[in-house]
Design a protein. Structure first.
Lengths: 296, 311
């Protein structure tokens, strides 16, 4: 009897720790909203989200419009996805389907090591190498801009996209591929008409996770995006995505000032967007999960 | 291929090839060459990825290696951080990453034990998993603000090691849960069944059988977690790291210098950014050596484990 009691207690202790993650997520939400919501006491939600001017430190009439920051985040994410999605998915297909075991044993750690490079190091590389290169090559006044940030962010999200899609491609049942090959299809035809369609939901999840990583990434955009809070009109415009604004200004914003609350409100927007992306990724991977070989 | 056309060619008999076979062969060649072309493209993708890694690391090594010596590693920054070394940053980074693992490891492993050993598929498990996945997706700067709000301000820890540990611990938790779960998944079910058959309770089975076999896998995960925490910047810039401090950390309420934040500060906010370039390269090199070293250790450990499992 005592033994059974002990077992029940232990089970509940484990349950409690498993709920910690949920609790942390809830606490993050509570704190962001607690510090962020006061923003809407001095600026309306509409003006906040659609205002074109972000001058939070202006002493006479500060402006708290984050449209330039939102559009900058959108632009770097879109442009980096344009580079990272094809590269990531192609890498995944290569690793899962084409590489022989020897190549794979080298190539996979390479992808993992790229994933583990600290973002501040990538940002530094973008500053000292890519920026002067872009400046010279395209003959533009500043090398720290949307284009530079997108390239560095793409390097960050390729490993995420590659490893999640690779798992999905790897998980496609062998019988499906063998059936296709037995019918006379080439390896490529099997890939494009059988394997990739079967892994499509996993690849979709990978793409969304990669984009969510790009939106939330801070150090790279803080260091190489250029920092100008304007709506970008060209790929060589300097921009100021949301995470960069938070990281750059938080240290200077007086505690619980309007500026401080506005920065938390930006973090709220960022949190809601990434949460949305992650829930979408989760939904896709559960809804269209490949179960056995029957559901294709 | 033993089609009429090919026998005709082989025996040298003049014989008109049926048109559909000519078409089929042409199509086969097209199919094969398209395949060759696409596979080349795919190889190109992996080469670009590899080249990115080689170029980044190569460049940092090329420019940073000349700065690295014992003085650089073991001295404190001097003269407004334009000279001297990075010792306080190395200490700070090691303390931050090891401490955050001390927070994340017990929580992460026991979460994984619940998810893998106890939980039945259902709504609760689905919700917990959704929570873990979403926590993994929270941007690091948001973790930083959360740490600032909760640990620094409300819990009054100030900008300190302790606040950094808790913030980074929360950030690494999903990584630890993921790898620990994988380690548990790799323990054969027969181990558990044998222990249960001998009359062991569920807890005894987990404690004496499952955990010891999963330990190397869990170790791999925690090394990866430490590497992740060591490179993290945005989460510590409001919670633990400072621009410059002349003191080494005295206790858990001390603020610290850290390698990633040091790089950021030197590269963007210093008074003489150009003059300190060599220091920036050197610091970056130390950081990636630390992080990649840990990752390499984890990769090798995992390879060794797989070999052992295969036997």
């Amino acid at each position: 009897m005592q033994r059974r009691m002990k077992e029940a207690v232990i089970k509940h202790v484990f349950l409690a720790t498993a709920i910690t993650s949920l609790a942390i997520l809830a606490l993050i939400m509570i704190f962001l909203f607690m510090e962020g919501l006061p923003t809407f006491g001095f600026v309306s939600l509409k003006a906040f989200l659609t205002g074109f001017d972000w001058y939070p430190t202006d002493e006479v009439k500060p402006d708290y419009g984050i449209l330039p920051l939102i559009s900058a985040s959108g632009a770097v994410t879109a442009l980096s996805s344009l580079l990272a999605i094809p590269l990531g998915v192609m890498t995944a297909v290569y690793l899962a389907e084409i590489a022989n075991p020897r190549v794979r044993a080298v190539a996979k750690p390479v992808v993992e090591m790229l994933a583990s490079l600290p973002s501040v190091v990538l940002g530094f590389f973008g500053m000292v190498v890519l920026a002067p290169f872009l400046q010279d090559y395209f003959n533009i006044p500043v090398g720290l801009n949307l284009c530079n940030a997108s390239i560095m962010l793409a390097i960050m999200s390729v490993p995420t996209i590659a490893s999640v899609s690779e798992d999905a491609i790897y998980a496609v049942p062998r019988e499906l591929k063998e059936a296709s090959l037995a019918l006379g299809a080439t390896h490529l035809e099997t890939l494009t008409r059988v394997t990739i369609p079967a892994a499509l939901s996993g690849i979709g999840t990978a793409v969304i996770l990669g984009m969510s990583r790009a939106i939330g990434e801070t150090m790279v955009v803080l260091m190489v995006a250029g920092g100008a809070a304007v709506v970008p009109l060209s790929v060589f415009d300097p921009v100021r995505p949301m995470p960069a604004s938070i990281a750059a200004e938080m240290a200077e914003a007086p505690f619980r000032s309007h500026h401080y609350h506005a920065l938390f409100a930006i973090a709220m927007v960022l949190f809601v967007v990434t949460l949305g992306f992650n829930i979408l990724a989760d939904y896709i991977s559960h809804k269209h999960r490949q179960v056995g070989s029957a559901s294709l | 291929m033993n089609t009429p056309a090919s026998t005709a060619v082989a025996t040298g008999q003049p014989m008109a090839r049926p048109q559909f076979l000519v078409n089929a062969r042409g199509r086969d060649i097209r199919r094969k060459s398209l395949e060759w072309f696409v596979f080349m493209l795919l190889r190109g993708a992996i080469i670009i990825v590899g080249a990115a890694l080689v170029v980044i690391i190569g460049f940092l090594v090329k420019n940073g290696i000349s700065v690295i010596n014992w003085h650089f590693l073991l001295d404190a920054p001097r003269n407004n951080m334009t000279e001297g070394g990075v010792w306080p940053c190395i200490v700070g980074t090691l303390l931050l990453s090891l401490g955050s693992m001390a927070v994340a490891l017990p929580l992460g492993v026991s979460s994984a034990i619940y998810l893998h050993e106890y939980a039945r598929p259902g709504t609760l498990m689905r919700v917990i998993r959704l929570g873990v996945n979403n926590l993994a997706g929270v941007p690091s700067v948001v973790f930083g603000l959360f740490g600032l709000g909760l640990f620094v301000t409300v819990m009054k820890l100030g900008v300190s090691l302790a606040a950094g540990w808790l913030t980074l611990g929360a950030l690494c938790l999903p990584v630890v849960i993921g790898t620990a779960e994988e380690a548990l998944r790799n323990v054969p079910a027969t181990y558990r069944e044998a222990s249960l058959a001998l009359g062991g309770t569920k807890w005894q089975t987990i404690w004496r059988v499952v955990l010891p076999s999963a330990l190397p896998g869990i170790l791999t995960g925690s090394i990866l977690g430490i590497g992740r925490a060591a490179g993290e910047t945005a989460a510590i810039m409001f919670t633990a790291a400072v621009f410059y401090t002349p003191k080494m950390p005295q206790n858990i309420f001390s603020d610290v210098m850290a390698l990633p934040y040091h790089i950021y500060v030197l590269a963007t906010a210093g008074t003489e950014i150009e003059k300190t370039r060599p220091l920036q390269y050197g610091t970056s090199l130390v950081l990636i050596a630390l992080v990649l070293g840990m990752n390499l250790a984890a990769i090798l450990l995992r390879a060794w484990l797989q070999k052992r499992h295969a036997r």
